[in-house]
Design a protein around this ligand. Structure first.
Ligand SMILES: NC(=O)C1=CN([C@@H]2O[C@H](COP(=O)(O)OP(=O)(O)OC[C@H]3O[C@@H](n4cnc5c(N)ncnc54)[C@H](OP(=O)(O)O)[C@@H]3O)[C@@H](O)[C@H]2O)C=CC1
Ligand SMILES: CCCCCCCCCCCCCCCC(=O)OCC(=O)COP(=O)(O)O
Length: 310
């Protein structure tokens, strides 16, 4: 009997150890838990923002959904909560309605409202944005400013208004949805590409400055995603472009990109590039062989202009 027990005990303990090790590895792979964290998502009314709302809600986060249109946000809140009656520990998202292109004071007021939802913010996802179609010769400077207000000044005003609370708590995570166009500039998108390049620079500075306060910063740079971005893009005079571009229609599914955002938050990634091989190569060529990149872009500009002229 003693001999049998002597063989079984180390076996059971060894097995238990293996199970614990496996669990630990699984947890490390999954990264930080999202359950109960307060997650703010701008531009939650459509596209990628809406999908982020779905995946973070499913991960049991406490959501604050931001947008300009109350009715559209209410739709998403209704959709999210409709499926919740059977599930436990799901939170009804809070809504904060404001326009990111408004003054910094108005955005700061919205930040106060955001903080009043749960008392603090764990994760801010700066997702809202607008794109541009138009050549530089024709595009009004007011359009350049408007795109910059929505894509750059609005998000940084919101971030700066929420940062002091994160700094006090020595905890927080700021995510920004930039674009591959924050790394390379392609023709007829000057306002958009400029706003995304500015975004990349600002959030890189922020990451360095916030490290000592234990605040994480993630810049996500996706390639094309199948959303309404091109439909909602503004043209040279500020009117809506209103076309679903083929590149957008063939883009990645927003729900897959939202999963990547969730993963980046869990793993506290600093940078995430979500693009295919060609755009990724373009990013490297822009740095390593700029002359070649400029040639390719000039030829692209010529071709696009020619097809518009015809
Ligand atoms: N789709 C793509 O190919 C890619 C998109 N991205 C980025 O992803 C992000 C999300 O865009 P996507 O989902 O694709 O596009 P959508 O047009 O579907 O969504 C944009 C969101 O931003 C909101 N928004 C726009 N302007 C403002 C404003 N002034 N104030 C507040 N909210 C505003 C919109 O709200 P409302 O409903 O009120 O209009 C909407 O919810 C953007 O930052 C975009 O640059 C990056 C790479 C590729
Ligand atoms: C011989 C080697 C040549 C290598 C040069 C390769 C050049 C390839 C060009 C690739 C360009 C990719 C552009 C990708 C743009 C993109 O994905 O943007 C994402 C968005 O933000 C979309 O916004 P939009 O409003 O433009 O739809």
């Amino acid at each position: 009997m003693e001999r049998v027990m002597g063989g079984v005990v180390p076996l059971v303990l060894g097995g238990l150890g293996l199970v614990l090790l496996y669990r630990l590895l699984q947890r490390l792979q999954q990264g930080a838990t999202i359950q109960d964290t307060v997650v703010v998502i701008t531009g939650a009314s459509s596209g990628l923002g809406r999908e982020c709302a779905r995946v973070f809600h499913a991960a049991k986060a406490r959501l604050v959904l931001c947008g300009r249109d109350r009715a559209r946000l209410q739709d998403i809140v209704q959709e999210l909560t409709a499926a919740d009656s059977q599930r436990q520990q799901m939170y009804t998202p809070c809504m904060v309605i404001f326009d990111l292109s408004d003054t910094a004071e108005m955005v700061a007021m919205a930040a106060k409202e955001i903080l009043s939802c749960y008392g603090h913010v764990d994760v801010l996802i700066n997702n809202a944005g607008i794109s541009h179609r138009g050549n530089i010769l024709e595009t009004h400077i007011s359009v350049q400013r408007d795109v910059m207000d929505t894509n750059y000044f609005g998000p940084i005003a919101l971030t700066q208004a929420l940062l002091p609370s994160m700094v006090r708590r020595r905890s927080g995570h700021v995510v920004v949805i930039s674009s591959i166009q924050g790394k390379i500039a392609i023709p007829y998108r000057s306002a958009y590409a400029a706003s995304k390049h500015a975004t990349q620079a600002y959030f890189d500075c922020l990451r360095a400055e916030m490290e000592r306060y234990n605040i994480q910063v993630t810049v996500v740079s996706p390639g094309y995603i199948r959303t309404n971005l091109s439909l909602n893009a503004v043209t040279w005079d500020g009117s809506k472009y209103g076309v679903l571009d083929k590149t957008t229609a063939l883009g990645r599914e927003p729900k897959d990109v939202a999963q990547e955002v969730l993963k980046a938050v869990r793993h506290r990634s600093k940078e995430v590039l979500l693009a295919g091989p060609l755009p990724t190569l373009a990013v490297y060529i822009r740095t390593l062989c700029p002359a070649l990149f400029f040639k390719v872009m000039a030829s692209r500009a010529r071709k696009e202009q020619k097809s518009k002229d015809e």
